[in-house]
Design a protein around this ligand. Structure first.
Ligand code: ADP
Ligand code: MG
Length: 700
């Protein structure tokens, strides 16, 4: 191939320095390669024309043939706008320009048939189209290469500067002209053959200039597959290399700690999911590689006991272990739960948090370094440089989504060799997403709740039903149960939110008066020690109602609480609602979740509420959440980079992702170093990955 795709975009005929600058700054297009990989957002049928009397008030993009009858200038607040009456045989609409009016007036001709294209507005009883794309009808017909016209991503600035979709299409045509449409193949013959994929060159041509809808879907399939395949290949290889390079501590034996606990002290029969996960962990710990495992399990699925028993495997091999949680409350709770079990087995355990006293810290530091302390539980405080272990063998992180990757790796460096790492999360991540985001971690799933749990009954009630809800709370309290009432609190509307919380607290206090009822309140503005005190009162059963902001979202365990009332539930995200609901249903009693809202609900809010009422399954809820919000939002900005897909969609293209992963795995199984001749293209492409960050920079 004679044309180098790394050629700067300035060199393409028709681009020039000004356009090149805009393409760089607005679309990140620096080279020919970047341009070829600018995939259309969608396609429209450019053979279809609308009649003016058939236009709908839906802001859709339409194409109309007609003539300009006249121009006029209309004064407005600032400057003026140019309006043209545009007519076909069924009616008249307006074309409107706010900028570039002089040029428009000089270049457009009245009385000649034009094809206009753009979004319509319904304004003052008339349809109008601001800044339409215009082309003389006969030009349009000459230029029409295919029925399906690609619509490219754009920005306001680009269209303001006249780089319309038509311009992009023109320079794309120029690119195909200069390269003769020949591009290097990036997949192996085997893959192409088995999946009946079209060639790279055909795919690129048809994604930009579809010859037919059939070829367009073939092009889309091939490019989506390719994108996902190389992401998976990269992740799986990273994992393999990690396993072969980084030696972990080998936990050779299962010893007394584990066995005695299992025989004599296990408080309940493990679920089969817990057993399966323990086996997976055991097999990692017993191998030579360092474990990097994500343990997913819905709220209440029993991850803690799995964590504890994994730590026992460490202790049996004379290693220290630590368990890190995102909040003080949670670490205290973990510590309190574990200390009982540890006492039975004569295991030394300590708690380290931000509020540990200096003298305590000193003692902990010493005992860690001399090895007499076996298990350390705590918050971020564990990451401080002063905290040094004698031989940390296993680090467990609870509720991982609150910790960043950087913090995970900090734990790694607490030792000569990295300890095994188990990351636990109660935010179920759909498998597809987990595979893409955490492809470098192995994944275990506890997909079963302990026996005898009653599914939580969830209902949706409107605010004007509040008296009935109060009545229901009273009935439950009379049975000895406790109730959570949760208010939303977000930074943007913090003041209002606190007011709502306080108003709510007051009205509940009136409805549930002392001395018959005791009420706790916990919110983010309280001191940690006060929060803790109130939480403890509620946990001990001294108060009947806990009024709180979402600070109780994560992990807290009060089995006697059986009612969760969520105020302004429409303002919470799905996974948050599910997490909150998980605070009840932890005991033997039937539990309830009441979602309170106003009557004003958006469609998304309705879907969220309906999903909560219908399902108790965290994974199902996560799938809906993913569909509503998209992957970037779910994982937060930190991890969204990897999900910055050009053409594939993690939700919609799940089936392709599965295939891509399957092929990546199979190829690496047979040819881990990609040295077989038939994998030549794959190796070449993969090698280039190291050089470029964006996947599509190496896929062409
Ligand atoms: P999570 O996965 O949300 O961290 P926990 O580990 O806190 O869940 O467990 C929730 C509750 O279920 C705890 O009270 C725990 O003791 C109990 N539990 C865990 N496993 C089982 C089991 N196999 N059978 C009965 N109860 C269990
Ligand atoms: Mg937990």
């Amino acid at each position: 191939m004679s044309v180098n795709l790394q050629t700067p975009i300035d060199y393409l005929k028709g681009v020039g320095p000004n356009r090149a600058d805009l393409l760089r700054s607005e679309l990140g297009i620096h080279t020919y390669q970047d341009l070829i990989n600018l995939f259309p957002n969608r396609y429209i049928d450019r053979t279809k024309y609308y009649k003016i009397n058939a236009l709908q008030q839906n802001n859709a993009e339409v194409q109309v043939v007609g003539t300009i009858i006249s121009f006029r200038e209309v004064a407005q607040k600032r400057g003026k706008r140019l309006v043209a009456d545009f007519k076909d045989d069924t009616g008249v609409m307006e074309l409107v320009w706010f900028r570039g009016q002089k040029w428009i007036r000089e270049s457009l001709k009245t009385g000649q048939p034009y094809v206009i294209f753009g979004k319509t507005n319904w304004y003052n009883g008339k349809f109008s189209m601001p800044h339409p794309e215009l082309e003389l009808l006969n030009e349009h017909e000459k230029n029409l290469r295919s029925a399906m016209q690609a619509i490219y991503p754009s920005t306001e600035k680009l269209s303001n500067k006249g780089i319309t979709n038509r311009v992009i299409t023109k320079i794309m045509q120029q690119l195909f002209l200069e390269t003769k449409g020949q591009f290097v193949e990036t997949l192996s013959k085997t893959i192409l053959g088995q999946l009946k994929l079209i060639s790279k060159s055909d795919a690129l041509f048809n994604i930009h200039f579809p010859k037919s809808s059939n070829l367009l879907s073939k092009a889309q399939f091939r490019l989506k597959f390719e994108e996902l395949f190389y992401i998976q290949l990269q992740l799986i290889l990273k994992n393999l290399i990690h396993k072969s390079k980084i030696k972990g501590f080998k936990f050779d034996k299962v010893g007394d700690y584990f066995n005695i606990f299992y025989k004599d002290h296990l408080p309940f029969e493990l679920t089969s999911a817990q057993k399966r996960v323990l086996k997976e962990i055991r097999s990692d710990l017993g191998s030579n590689a360092q474990m990097n495992r994500l343990l997913q399990g819905d709220v209440g699925s029993g991850k803690t006991i799995v964590a504890f028993m994994s730590m026992l495997m460490g202790l049996d091999n004379s290693f220290q272990c630590c368990l890190m949680a995102p909040t003080e409350i949670l670490s205290v709770q973990h510590y309190n739960g574990l200390i009982e079990l540890c006492n039975k087995l004569n295991i030394s355990i300590s708690l380290l948090t931000g509020s540990s006293k200096t003298s305590e810290r000193k003692e902990i530091h010493e005992n860690l370094e001399n090895g007499s302390l076996q298990i350390l539980v705590g918050t971020h405080a564990l990451l401080e440089d002063k905290v040094k272990f004698k031989n940390l063998g296993l680090a467990i992180i609870d509720e991982q989504h609150r910790f960043g990757v950087a913090q995970r790796s900090k734990l790694w460096h607490k030792n000569t060799s990295p300890p095994h790492v188990l990351v636990m999360t109660a935010t179920p991540i759909p498998r597809t997403l987990a595979m893409s985001v955490y492809g470098d971690l192995d994944i275990s799933v506890i997909d079963e709740l302990p026996a005898g749990r009653k599914p939580i009954k969830t209902v949706h009630r409107y605010d004007n039903n509040r008296l009935n809800v109060f009545k229901f709370m009273k009935d439950e309290i009379a049975k000895g149960r406790q109730v959570y009432v949760v208010y939303p609190l977000i930074q943007e509307s913090e003041k209002m939110d606190y007011k709502d919380l306080m108003d709510g607290y007051e009205s509940i206090s009136r409805e549930f008066p002392l001395p018959q009822y005791q009420i706790s309140i916990v919110h983010g503005k309280m001191k940690a020690s006060d929060k803790d005190y109130e939480m403890q009162r509620f946990a001990k059963g001294e108060t009947n109602i806990m009024v709180a902001t979402t600070v109780i979202e994560v992990g807290v365990n009060v089995p006697n609480a059986s009612v969760m009332v969520i105020e302004s539930a429409e303002r919470f995200g799905l996974s948050q609602l599910h997490q909150l609901r998980g605070r009840v249903g932890r005991g033997a009693e039937q539990s309830y979740c009441i979602l309170m809202t106003s009557h004003k609900l958006s469609n998304d809010s309705k879907t969220r509420l309906e999903t909560m009422v219908r399902s108790n399954d965290g994974f199902e809820i996560a799938e809906v959440d993913l569909k509503l919000r998209g992957p970037g939002d779910i994982m937060g900005t930190q991890q969204s980079g990897i999900l910055n897909l050009r053409i594939a969609d993690i939700v919609k293209d799940k089936a392709i992702l599965d295939q891509a992963r399957y092929f990546a795995k199979t190829i690496l199984k047979i040819d881990p170093s990609l040295s077989l001749p038939e994998n030549k293209f794959i190796l070449q492409t993969y090698r280039q990955m190291a050089k470029y960050k964006n996947i599509w920079n190496y896929i062409s």
